[in-house]
Design a protein around this ligand. Structure first.
Ligand code: BES
Ligand code: MN
Ligand code: ZN
Length: 496
């Protein structure tokens, strides 16, 4: 979809549809009031008549409103005037986009970027409009034999700002939104692809293609090279499957040569059956999404490259399947990680940490400014935080604060859980340096404790996206999270 910025009076906008916000209890947004004046009170009459309650995201389409250049006016509800926060704003944008797309309207002007959203500015609003619109219009039909949606879709959206002075900030927001939305869509696509298509080799091919199109450095290690590095923990998971593992290294060199890189690590289990500790059958199909950490790292790197962020960034992706077989990990097996620490595999379904730990050790060779790993790591995180908020655990409080702030800015939020030393005892093993599980209680924390033993030499944070990376039920599909969070984090770092 194409975005443009237009400045000027909304009543003069030549368009199939001009979209303006109205509040609960009849208040009109500034743009709606301008239209109302041009239409001699027509809009205020309609709102007074009760046809539009102003609830967030509610819509009312009006045709041939007198005095206006546009063919239609779409009123969209913003909620209470005193409560125009992030959620009501996003709900309104989503409602407007849905109303336009349901009617097959190909082109419209949105007067929403300059609404007074609490503590936000027009650049933020413009970015959010792009992100919410892209999310609302996303479809995944690559595996259908013929397309299901009609060809009629929104082709052009203009963000209308009142004066020329507003154009530059709206443009900046749109540019950032488009780069993030493309990264989100990439992450959604990779997540939605089935496990028989999106294999470790497929992820590697995607990384190579992205490196080529964006001018990134790329290296893909196969089984032998992974063995040579001594990644015994990663390989112990990979060896249960006939599908060969891949270790992907991507580099965006946007910063000065001597600048230490930010390293992003993404869990790339392209299917998690649980292994010998087999998962129950119900909803096991959703374990194709167990590579969403990897997908978000790819999406974030693509956006960083598109935005030409002046920052050095490394992406590391250990990718393999977790399947049961005659060569698979067995409960009780002891494996040796690249760090030299030994691990007793008490549950083969706690495989994410087994592949991440070796990637975290590998990260040391980049002398990182910090390392952030992203993983669909624990079902416990879904119980703790539900599906709106990602889990955050860190050995460095400043880094944790940066990620919390980035998540808030991007409306892709995370929440910190503790990594107190007391929890480390949960990982005691009678037979190895540590066990790979710590029991049911505090499962997200003990998983992060496990990772923390491989991150002693740098500032590190871990995002558990088990509850946020995809949606279940009738709207089943990848969300592309936490690409927006990661891009905001990187952009802030790049800005110094
Ligand atoms: N990929 C799963 C985590 C997961 C489960 C994410 C459900 C989203 C929804 C991970 O590999 C796993 O199986 N974790 C186990 C750990 C346990 C055995 C300690 C879990 O959470 O049950
Ligand atoms: Mn598992
Ligand atoms: Zn898993």
């Amino acid at each position: 979809m194409e975005f443009s910025i237009k400045s000027g009076s909304p009543e003069k906008l030549r368009s199939a549809c001009v979209v303006v916000g109205v509040f609960e209890q009849g208040g009109l947004s500034p743009a709606a009031e301008t239209l109302n004046q041009a239409a001699q009170g027509y809009l205020a009459d309609i709102v007074r008549g009760g046809d539009m309650d102003g609830k967030p995201g509610a819509t009312l389409m009006l045709h041939r409103v007198p005095g206006l250049a546009a063919a239609r006016v779409l009123l969209v509800g913003l909620g209470k005037e005193s409560e125009l926060g992030d959620k009501n704003f996003r709900d309104a944008v989503r409602g407007a986009i849905k109303a336009l797309s349901e009617r097959g309207i190909a082109e419209a002007g949105l007067c929403l970027a300059e609404l007074p959203v609490k503590q936000r500015d027009p650049a933020w609003a413009a970015e959010q409009i792009v992100l919410v619109a892209a999310d609302a219009l996303y479809r995944f039909e690559r595996m259908k034999s013929k397309p299901e949606t009609s060809g009629k879709s929104i082709k052009k959206l203009a963000l209308v700002v009142a004066a020329r002075a507003g154009v530059a900030s709206a443009e900046a927001g749109v540019a950032r939104g488009q780069a993030i939305a493309a990264g989100v869509n990439l992450a959604k696509d990779l997540g939605n692809l089935p496990g028989n298509v999106c294999t470790p080799s497929y992820l590697a091919d995607q990384a190579r293609a992205m490196a080529k199109s964006r001018g990134l450095g790329v290296k893909v290690l196969g089984r032998e090279q992974i063995e040579k590095l001594g990644m015994g923990s990663f390989l112990s998971v990979a060896k249960g499957s006939d599908e060969p593992p891949r270790f992907i290294v991507l580099e965006h060199k946007g910063g000065a040569k001597k600048q230490k890189p930010v390293v992003l690590v993404g869990k790339g289990i392209t299917f998690d059956s649980g292994g010998i500790s087999l998962k129950p059958g119900a909803e096991m199909d959703e374990m194709k999404y167990d590579m969403c950490g990897a997908a978000s790292v790819l999406g974030a790197l693509q956006a960083a490259a598109d935005l030409k962020l002046p920052l050095n960034i490394v992406g590391l992706i250990p990718a393999c399947e977790n399947l049961p077989s005659g060569r698979a990990n067995k409960p009780g097996d002891v494996v040796t990680s690249m760090s030299g620490q030994t691990i007793e595999v008490l549950n083969t379904d706690a495989e994410g940490r087994l592949i991440l730990c070796d990637a975290l050790t590998y990260a040391e060779r980049f002398d990182p400014a910090c390392v952030v790993d992203v993983a669909t790591l624990t079902g416990a995180c879904v119980i703790a935080l539900g599906n709106f908020t990602s889990g955050l655990l860190a050995n460095d409080d400043a880094l944790a604060q940066e990620l919390l702030a980035a998540g808030n800015e991007a409306q892709d939020r995370c929440w910190q859980l503790p990594l107190f030393d007391e929890y480390q005892d949960l990982l005691k093993s009678n037979f190895a340096d540590m066990a790979n599980i710590g029991g049911r209680a505090g499962g997200t924390i003990s998983a992060a404790c496990f990772l923390s033993r491989f991150t002693q030499n740098y500032a590190w944070a871990h995002l558990d996206i088990a509850g946020t990376a995809w949606k279940s039920g009738k709207d089943k599909g990848g969300t592309g999270r936490p690409v927006p969070l990661l891009v905001h984090f990187l952009a802030k770092r790049a800005a110094g």
